[in-house]
Design a protein around this ligand. Sequence first.
Ligand SMILES: Nc1ncnc2c1ncn2[C@@H]1O[C@H](COP(=O)(O)OP(=O)(O)O)[C@@H](O)[C@H]1O
Ligand SMILES: [Mg+2]
Length: 581
Amino acid sequence: MDGYKRLLSYAPEKKRELVLAIFFTGLSAIAQVFSYFYIWKFLEALLASNNLQEAMQYAVVVIVLLITYIFLYFIGVALSHILGFRVETNLRKKSALNVVDGSFHFFDNHSSGEVNKIINENASNTHSIIAHMIPDITSAIIAPILLIIVATNIDITFGVLLFLALIFAFICLKGMMSDSSFMEAYLKVLERLNGETVEYVRGMQVVKIFGASVYTFKSFYEAIKEYSNLTYQHAINCKHPYVSFQTILNLYISFTIPYGIYTLTRGSEPLEIAAKVIFFAIIGGVIFTSMTKIMYVGSDMFMAKEAVDKMENLFEEMEEKKISHSTYEDLQNTNIEFKDVTFSYENAPVIENLSFKLEGGKSYALIGGSGSGKSTIAKLIGGFYKVDSGQVLIGDKLLESYSEEFLNNKIAMVFQNAQLFDLTVFENVKLARPEASDQEVMQALKDASCRDIIDKLPQGVHTMLGTEGVSLSGGETQRIAIARAILKDADIVILDEASAAADADNEYKIQQAFAKLMEGKTVIMIAHRLTSIRNVDEILVMSQGQIIERGDHETLMAADSKYKEFQEMYAKANEWRVKSD
Ligand SMILES: Nc1ncnc2c1ncn2[C@@H]1O[C@H](COP(=O)(O)OP(=O)(O)O)[C@@H](O)[C@H]1O
Ligand SMILES: [Mg+2]
């Protein structure tokens, strides 16, 4: 019940629908019981009192009541669907907001496909659980109770017999109701099976080429076995209660006949007994089927709990390790400083007790071997991650003291694999500053040397990009992304291997675009082409999360430095490349 309540708490605005859904399904159950009562009246009039006209009247009442029953039930189910869909919608909305707000840490550990799957599967489960559980519970409780009362009034012995049969049937049902440990195991193995199936299908080419069989995919095979064992075991466990349930139902119906005969010998009216036997046989079937609905309530409850648990865990994880920003919105200067910063993605720190200061208005290059921590520093300045200890200061104030949006507007980043959206070129650039004028957008594109790209596109800047539109090369994409950064006009510019994806032709244009982007800004440039960093004010050399050297090109080259080593290595590699070309 806890999971169910928590699910409903996502649609507090639809509390009225909840109450009304229970009310209408309750009413419908009452109408249903009344219709059966009039079936009895009909049988009695037809058989016992042989009054055809009265029987006809009762038959009409029965029809009217059954229509009313269906009508009320329909309203109740419609209301519970409205409630269910609202819960689903709200959960999806909340998910979308959380995803937008999710920490980088979260997205490092979860692929977008995985997140999408968790949200989709669980959210869509919620509506059907809510939509069906309300009418099922309401009618499975109200109808049997009222029918027993009606039945006992018609004939006390038949009624008591029915009541006893119901108690036994209920005990059997309880035996069949899946306990939560089974459900847990079942959902787990189902999830595993789904995952393994996807892997298998993904690997189909390999399967075909190498003639591998399902046995080669050991874990897929094991998942199938596990699933089949579990469901088989469950079916076996249900065997006894299910057979008993069916037996009781049939025994009850056949018992009404000997009992009827017995009362005949005691001088009862035969036709009256016939009417009773028919009536009790009918309602016996009705009650038993409405009771079987209870069987699903247990698993529905469990599914409801699973769905909220999974989604709430996801929401929590998205929030984890996020920086909690304050509201300050004024940048005094663009100095950047790390004070004794330690940071780890997982367990081992990538950066340990790192301190350095960069002066506002200057340009810096960050170099070092792959994995030395360059991108990590860029991301920490961008406020993507929370540091484990120490302080990151921007404009001599703690990074956290600025509002997230403000900080975001003050720092522009261009990464190696820039992402463009499925929008037009124009819209992609304008995203950086929605209030920018059309002229400013066009100027940014021009400054980023994007002219040749636009001239080539069928609808110029208004050409759609992406899956439905035109696709650009890596270098072209990068230039559009730089135009976006130029339009943003942020005070701090960070370029992380931003020209790595470019070919020689693009490289030159990208360098031009960079020059424009960097004008008058505080720049941190991470470059793998060492030739492009000679003109920066200062070069910082990183190794294993530490800054081991810093200085301008001339100073570093004059000493016996790591930087010099890098330069020599780079020159040699270039020589190689030229020779092999
Ligand atoms: N998202 C991440 N999750 C876990 N470890 C990471 C992540 N990003 C980087 N690392 C690790 O942190 C270290 C520094 O990485 P990075 O800053 O990207 O280096 P660089 O940019 O200098 O090549 C590397 O050992 C890398 O494997
Ligand atoms: Mg990197």
